[in-house]
Design a protein. Structure first.
Length: 189
């Protein structure tokens, strides 16, 4: 009986129980409290040095457990590599023979075209037609005009997944962006 009383006592000190509508959640919290209490009891028997046992309180054990779980749950940053570096400006050219520079798909996510940014080209915003009846209204459609002009969505440069394989600069697939890059490379030669 003594062991059951201690387990009940440890569960009652710092309980994770909450009021729930689902029937399985109280069982989950009971099992979680039981596991934490058993871990605390086992940790008191584990010697930290050669002749002494752990003397932390139950509360301190739970705080240490929480901190250790949060510390191990953080995602580690990937180390910087030259392959992942992206050159955004068209002036960041890597000088190599022109034949080696090709326009290929480099990225999974689209990026803004560097040549279009420098030339000031913007994409044309297309109106997708009338809104369906009884559909959800977007906040963008309910905005009021600014400065007595009709409000329009901000125009952005075109996005692309393609770029120069050597320079790693994003370019559109059209010739307006790619050919000036090749001409700049030829002028250096």
């Amino acid at each position: 009986m003594c062991g059951v009383d201690i387990a009940d006592q440890l569960r009652s000190y710092f309980s994770t129980q909450r009021i729930h509508c689902q029937t399985w959640k109280p069982l989950w919290h009971f099992l979680l409290d039981t596991v934490i209490g058993n871990c605390y009891l086992l940790s008191t028997y584990l010697p930290t040095t050669r002749y002494t046992c752990r003397k932390d309180t139950h509360k301190q054990f739970r705080i240490d457990l929480r901190n250790a779980l949060f510390e191990h749950s953080t995602r580690k940053r990937k180390p910087y590599t030259q392959k992942t570096r992206i050159r955004h400006g068209t002036n960041d050219i890597i000088w190599a023979p022109t034949e080696r520079h090709t326009l290929v798909r480099l990225w999974d996510k689209s990026m803004y075209c560097s040549a279009c940014i420098e030339a000031g080209r913007k994409t044309q915003v297309e109106h997708k037609g009338r809104r369906k009846a009884l559909s959800r209204i977007s906040p963008n459609t309910t905005r009021k005009p600014r400065d007595s002009e009709e409000w329009q969505r901000r125009k952005k440069p075109p996005r692309t997944q393609f770029g120069c394989n050597i320079c790693r600069i994003p370019f559109c697939r059209n010739d307006d962006c790619w050919l000036p890059h090749i001409e700049r490379l030829n002028s250096k030669d």
